[in-house]
Ligand binder design. Sequence first.
Ligand code: ADP
Length: 183
Amino acid sequence: QVQRTDSLVVVEPFFQSLKDVAGLFIGAKPVAMRLSLAQSLPASIYVDVSKLRQILQIFLTNAAKFTAQGEISLNASYSEPNLIISIKDSGTGIPESKLKSLFDPFQQADHDQAMRDRGSGLGLAIAKRLADLLGGTISISSRYGSGTTIELTLPVILPKAETAEQLDQTQNRAQPQRQLRML
Ligand code: ADP
């Protein structure tokens, strides 16, 4: 039985560390890694951070694996009561016929044999299980040949009263490059 354990997470360093890890996944490939945090994001949230991190690392691993060049962007915003996180890549994309079965265990789109050999086909099935456990939903939009966007919508609880200082920081945050695409 998998338990859910929420804790208070400071949003910005959390995403920054994910961005850094994604950079490691990308390695030496000519792929830029971007992070875009919307102004709507609270400074901190209650969430099961290890499960959230696991889900997002699965998405980022895939994005890095299937993107040879271009860009991967990690975008986060908040729309009450949801945290909305999308990862957009300029990689191979996924054939339409494969999109529906992607969350089934051991399913791999057979568009890239070399990549297929390296994966287990379990990543998205695990991500889906974890998202279900947290009351979240995952959606994927992709066109074969022109990249993939995967989005996690996750209800989160905010700390009762953010301190004036925290609110201030939120409001003073640099203007985000908001690039969310509706799925
Ligand atoms: P794997 O271990 O093969 O990566 P996943 O369940 O994580 O297993 O992914 C299943 C399949 O979905 C992958 O084999 C790949 O064909 C496809 N896929 C997932 N994410 C992407 C992406 N960002 N770009 C292209 N294809 C993807």
